[in-house]
Design a binder for this molecule. Structure first.
Ligand code: NDP
Length: 449
């Protein structure tokens, strides 16, 4: 609910311009509700039209991606790059390959990315891209041909000082490798800093693979310590998803003394009261791209259940949603609260619906919003760019230590901003405000562009 006439006008325009972009509206409304707290101290935001410029992407590129499948049939997908805001640095944000990808999803992700990237304290703007291509069930050859075709258009819009894509859902090390190979071939040079999430043999950073999941746990540990005098040690944890973020969140939570008892994929979830055996999950999901269901066949005492959303009915102290947007609605949030959850921190982007966040906040559950809690991936991507510029590599321990420092300061910056603007403990507002402050200042400094 917006009280400011100015922000209400901005929001109405967002909805009127693109009435079917529901995910984007959801992300914008949450941020505007937080910015409302800052407006009295920043009259220049309205005078200079900062907020109406902030909610409009600088550029949205949409393109055809033709490729040939293993049967020799021509297939056509749609590719996108949303270059949202470059006020504090080159556009930076992942590529998502998933059948649900459309402009609304990519605009919401690109918009959130601006604030997330700002929160890292590193000089990176916000963007996002992807395609409705589904890598699931495709051969390596098909994925390679798709990636080559995708990059044959994308290359003209990106560059180390312009726009630096990375991975996201459906885009892991294999896809980044094919994308980088095609970029290198077209450009005829080795511009390592054009993509992040690269393999270690050609300019990748140690600890990038682990960074989002590890960073999520560093953020959560600091939130627990500072706001409740608690830690992961001895806690029961439920993690949705079993992809990159979920797997490394599980690894770090376990190493911090927690017991992770459930994980999922888009078909269903596994429950292992003895504690998830991550070696088995990694073998199924990372080595073979299999289904999480297979875990129950391999590990006695564990069970498999269809409907991945029911994972939130399992009692836990800490919930880490790491699958996809809007996976926790009011029902799932109520079930978690009823079962005594103490903290929820978002590894995925916007996994909690607004009504779910409200339920957590009303119940006094600690809530770490995605743009703060999952910023470790992009922060380490920016560290990868640093190393590429220096033509030097840090050790795993050096990158991990920097990641931990960054996540700890993201927590404190969000926490302090919430306190400063009169909503103590509200990390949603705190992260939005702390992230926006720098971008808003830069936009004021650059004039009306
Ligand atoms: P992956 O593709 O590695 O894994 C995604 C996981 O979520 C899989 O287990 C997948 O199941 C499940 N999933 C995907 N879509 C759905 C859906 N519609 N319903 C239910 N489950 C689904 O992706 P990542 O781990 O990289 O990303 C997960 C989330 O984290 C995303 O929201 C992403 O934007 C966010 N994120 C990722 C970062 C990164 O560094 N990778 C950085 C910051 C945020 P299945 O195997 O069945 O598809």
């Amino acid at each position: 609910m917006l009280n400011s006439e100015y922000l209400q006008r901005v929001y109405t325009q967002v909805v009127t311009r693109d009435p079917d972009q529901k995910e984007f509206h959801q992300a914008v409304l949450e941020v505007l509700e937080s910015l409302e707290l800052m407006l009295p101290q920043h009259p220049e935001y309205e005078e200079l039209g900062i907020v109406e410029r902030f909610v409009e992407p600088e550029r949205v590129i949409s393109f055809r991606v033709p490729w040939v499948d293993d049967q020799g049939h021509v297939r056509v997908n749609r590719g996108y790059r949303v270059q949202f805001n470059s006020a504090i640095g080159p556009y930076k944000g992942g590529l998502r390959f998933h059948p649900t990808v459309n402009q609304s999803i990519l605009k919401f992700l690109g918009f959130e990315q601006i604030l997330k990237n700002s929160l890292t304290g590193l000089p990176i703007g916000g963007g996002k891209g992807g395609s409705d291509f589904d890598p699931k069930g495709k051969s390596d050859g098909e994925v390679m041909r798709f990636c080559q075709s995708f990059m044959t258009e994308l290359y003209r819009h990106i560059g180390q000082f312009v726009d630096v894509p990375a991975g996201d859902i459906g885009v892991g090390g294999r896809e980044i490798g094919y994308l980088f190979g095609q970029y290198r071939r077209i450009r005829g040079d080795h511009e390592a800093g054009v993509l992040t999430g690269k393999g270690l043999s050609y300019g990748g950073s140690l600890a990038r693979t682990e960074a989002t999941g590890y960073g999520l746990c560093y953020f959560t540990e600091e939130m627990l310590r500072c706001m409740k005098g608690e830690s992961f040690d001895g806690k029961t944890v439920v993690i949705s998803g079993s992809g990159n973020v979920a797997i490394f969140a599980c690894e770090k939570a376990t190493s911090l003394g927690a017991k992770v008892v459930a994980m999922s994929d888009s078909d269903g979830y596994i429950h292992d009261p003895n504690g998830i055996r991550l070696d088995v999950v990694k073998e199924i999901k990372l080595s073979r791209r299999g289904r999480i269901q297979e875990y129950a066949d391999k590990v006695s005492g564990s069970t498999y259940h269809e409907n991945f959303r029911d994972i939130w009915t399992i009692p836990c102290d800490i919930a880490l949603p790491c699958a996809t947007q809007n996976e926790i609605g009011a029902d799932e949030a109520s079930a978690l609260v009823k079962n005594g959850v103490m903290a929820v921190a978002e590894g995925a982007n916007m996994p909690s619906r607004p009504e779910a966040i409200q339920i957590f906040q009303d119940a006094g559950v600690l809530f770490g919003p995605a743009k703060a809690a999952n910023a470790g991936g992009v922060a380490t991507s920016a560290l990868e760019m640093c190393q590429n510029s220096m033509r030097y590599s840090w050790t795993f321990e050096e990158v991990d230590a920097k990641l931990k420092d960054i996540m700890t300061s993201i927590f404190h910056n969000s926490y302090n901003a919430a306190e400063k603007y009169g909503v103590p403990g509200n990390l949603v507002a705190g992260a939005n405000i702390a992230g926006f402050a720098k971008v808003g200042d830069a936009m004021v400094a650059h004039g009306i562009i």
